[in-house]
Design a protein around this ligand. Structure first.
Ligand code: IMP
Length: 291
């Protein structure tokens, strides 16, 4: 089995800023530099396989052969027992073209209601993540992680993304949306898949602390804004943005700058969730101030 070494470049086979950010957080302590398939201008293959493993492999292989570099892909989703494992590999697609997870969570809740599945303490579900590492020569390795729990309705909390606000992991009372990120990452499906990846592929590498810097902070804020679906997620985002400005000793953004940013954001023909548009406008206003 081939291993990765410190300083190597690894393509993260995704165009989703949130996913690229999360994977970068996981690999950066091992001295690996993440570059996204989007940054390299690689096309995003259609997820045509019937399994998480098949789709992870398909995405990783496309990025590895397209870039000539090792590539890491994640395919993940939510599986609800009383829905026969749905939404499963269709988890992202239930959110529609605008990736509105407010809509996707409503759909899950509705399907459970239709099957009289709202038992107490809540229907069983799990998140699953399959990571695939592909090499330019076509060799692949896959790693799986799961976290089990129950669903709640209505959704709770503004942290995380996707279906986080309706998932309570076993042994906890808070949803993933209510937990601090460190709490979620300690037990998440992606962390568990990454642990298996780390043991097999990062063999001798040891984790070293990654120093925060302005570029990493800005990338994190962009990733968060791009994944906002709900009002609570916007509220949490605003708190993080304020803290970031505070840390930088930035002056308050003036109303004129904010109005220009808002006007630019809403001028675009878009049906994305309005909370996300607002978050992007706020972020753009603070960046206009920076430059
Ligand atoms: P894909 O792997 O890009 O096809 O999409 C995975 C989808 O599963 C995401 O868009 C989310 O809807 C959902 N998902 C995966 N991991 C998580 C998680 O950690 N929290 C919440 N939702 C998740």
């Amino acid at each position: 089995m081939r291993t990765l070494t410190r300083g190597m470049k690894l393509v993260v086979a995704s165009h989703n800023k949130g996913k690229v950010w999360e994977i970068d957080q996981l690999i950066a302590p091992y001295g690996l530099a993440a570059v996204s398939a989007g940054q390299l201008g690689l096309r995003e293959p259609e997820e045509t396989e019937p399994t998480f493993e098949g789709n992870a492999r398909l995405k990783a292989l496309a990025a590895a052969t397209g870039s000539g570099l090792p590539a890491l892909a994640d395919d993940s989703g939510l599986e609800v027992d009383c829905l026969g494992g749905a939404p499963g590999i269709f988890s992202a697609r239930w959110a529609g073209p605008q990736k509105d997870f407010g809509v996707a969570m409503e759909k899950v809740a509705h399907e459970i209601t239709a099957r009289h599945g709202w038992t107490s303490p809540g229907p069983r579900a799990n998140f699953i993540s399959v990571l695939c590492l592909a090499w330019p020569g076509g060799q692949t390795q896959t790693f799986e992680g799961k976290v089990y729990g129950r669903l709640v309705w209505p959704p709770r909390g503004g942290n995380g993304f996707g279906y986080d606000p309706m998932f309570v992991p076993d042994g906890y009372d808070q949803t993933f949306g209510e937990m601090e990120p460190a709490g979620k990452y300690a037990i998440s499906h992606r962390t568990r898949a990454f642990d298996a990846f780390r043991k097999a592929v990062l063999g001798d590498l040891s984790a070293q602390p990654v120093m925060p810097n302005a570029d990493r902070d800005a990338a994190g804020l962009h990733a968060a804004a791009a994944n906002i679906s709900t009002r609570d997620e916007l509220k949490t985002f605003v708190r993080h943005l304020s803290a970031d400005l505070e840390r930088r000793g930035q002056p308050r953004v003036d109303l004129g700058t904010l109005m220009v940013a808002l006007e630019d954001s809403v001028a675009e023909e878009s049906t994305e969730p309005r909370w996300r548009t607002l978050a992007k406008a706020l972020l753009a206003a603070t960046e206009a101030k920076r430059s």
